[in-house]
Design a binder for this molecule. Structure first.
Ligand code: NAI
Ligand code: MG
Length: 354
């Protein structure tokens, strides 16, 4: 039976890399039935919302989706499509692997780590109070009453909730991920000395799980120290377990360690639904020129295939990417080459179908 997959091409370079991904996935012979749904800037203009209900409903029907990046409109009052999708579908875990790739010059070799980011809470929950509004003033009064502390009158506020429920499921997910993927160690990043009741809670849930699962190695590290250590000795890390904001930041850092955003794939997973997407954004600076690196999107497609039980085809894509990179003849400008998105896709597709 065909795998039903919702494809959201997205904005900017999104449609370019989505076409490339589709070409490669189809070259593996996988039987995929794509249902294409638009979300993002163009839809916002036409329909007044960047994420129409039918897109969500379609993802719910197919259960599995892959999306290109979507531009977050600034100052329109609309929530980010990405954040909305993650929250509406309860995609609580972002999984973002970074491994050193052959033929891609970087400062470090032998990097093979996976960021597991909590995707629904923390400063990303979307609870914000705009400076100067009556709501901000009311919250300020309440905070003064409760804590005796004064928030400046000209402050905007963003709330950082981290719950036992939210922390426990991502912590369990990370330990389970280590087991089922033959990994060895979890490093939990936090700033629990300062944010005792949010990061501190996240840490304590991690420590409890580590005590229950002594066969998985566990360490915790303050997020600033972890950032420094990642730039000096990334090969000593394995699975990084992070609250939402730190996970966002360190995902890009880890992508940089192995050659940049053009190579970094990802998945957003919940108990019911899975949405695969590259780590990068819509790259307006290079959009429409056909030079975006499609590999991040193609590797996201490989993660999707593995998720739907097509592990062999997923591995075929990953080896084909390695082969094309190692040969080094065909690569996009972000990797120092002069090839187009389409050239790279065709080279990888030719490799998978042999
Ligand atoms: P970005 O990731 O789009 O671009 C950062 C830099 O990396 C740019 O110089 C860009 O040209 C380069 N780059 C990114 N992907 C590339 C690729 N595949 N090949 C070659 N070069 C690549 O981040 P930026 O500029 O901060 O965000 C642009 C827009 O994308 C914003 O509206 C942002 O909100 C949105 N965004 C969407 C995401 C998503 O849909 N998941 C994730 C991140 C950002
Ligand atoms: Mg990001």
């Amino acid at each position: 039976m065909a795998h039903l997959v919702t494809l959201i091409p997205g904005d900017g370079i999104g449609p370019e890399v989505a076409d490339a991904m589709r070409l490669v996935v189809e070259a593996t012979g996988a039987d995929v039935e794509w249902v294409v749904e638009e979300a993002g800037a163009a839809v916002l203009e036409r329909e007044g919302t960047p994420l129409p209900d039918r897109v969500l409903e379609q993802v719910q029907r197919s259960r599995v989706a892959i999306k290109g990046p979507v531009t977050t409109p600034v100052g329109t009052g609309f929530r980010s499509v990405n954040v909305a999708l993650r929250q509406e579908l309860d995609l609580f875990a972002a999984v973002r692997p970074s491994r050193s790739l052959p033929g891609v010059p970087t400062r470090h070799r032998d990097v093979d780590l996976v960021v597991i980011r909590e995707n629904t809470e923390d400063l990303y929950q979307g609870i914000e109070f705009e400076r100067g509004t009556p709501q901000a003033a009311a919250l300020r009064d309440e905070l003064r009453r409760l804590t005796g502390r004064t928030v400046r009158e000209d402050a905007g506020l963003t709330v950082k909730p981290i719950s036992v429920t939210g922390a426990r499921r991502i912590v369990r997910f990370a330990f389970e991920f280590v087991r089922s993927n033959g990994r060895r160690k979890v490093t939990l990043g936090h700033k629990a000395n300062i944010m005792r009741f949010s990061d501190g809670l996240f840490l304590s849930i991690g420590q409890q799980e580590a005590a229950d699962q002594p066969d998985v190695a566990f360490e915790d590290m303050q997020i600033d120290q972890l950032s420094m250590r990642l730039t000096r000795e990334p090969e000593t890390f394995d699975v990084l377990l992070l609250p939402n904001l730190y996970g966002d930041i360190l995902s890009d850092l880890c992508a940089g360690l192995v050659g940049g955003l053009g190579l970094a794939a990802g998945a957003n997973l919940g108990w019911e639904y899975a949405v695969f997407e590259p780590v990068h954004g819509s790259a307006p600076d290079i959009a429409g020129r056909g030079v975006a690196n499609p590999i991040a999107m193609i590797l996201s497609g490989a993660m999707l295939l593995r998720h739907v039980g097509e592990g062999d085809r997923a591995s075929a894509i990953e080896s084909a990417v390695d082969t094309v990179l190692e040969r080094g003849e065909i690569r996009t400008p972000d990797l120092g080459g002069g090839s187009t998105t389409r050239d790279v896709a065709e080279a990888i597709a030719a490799e998978v179908s042999v």
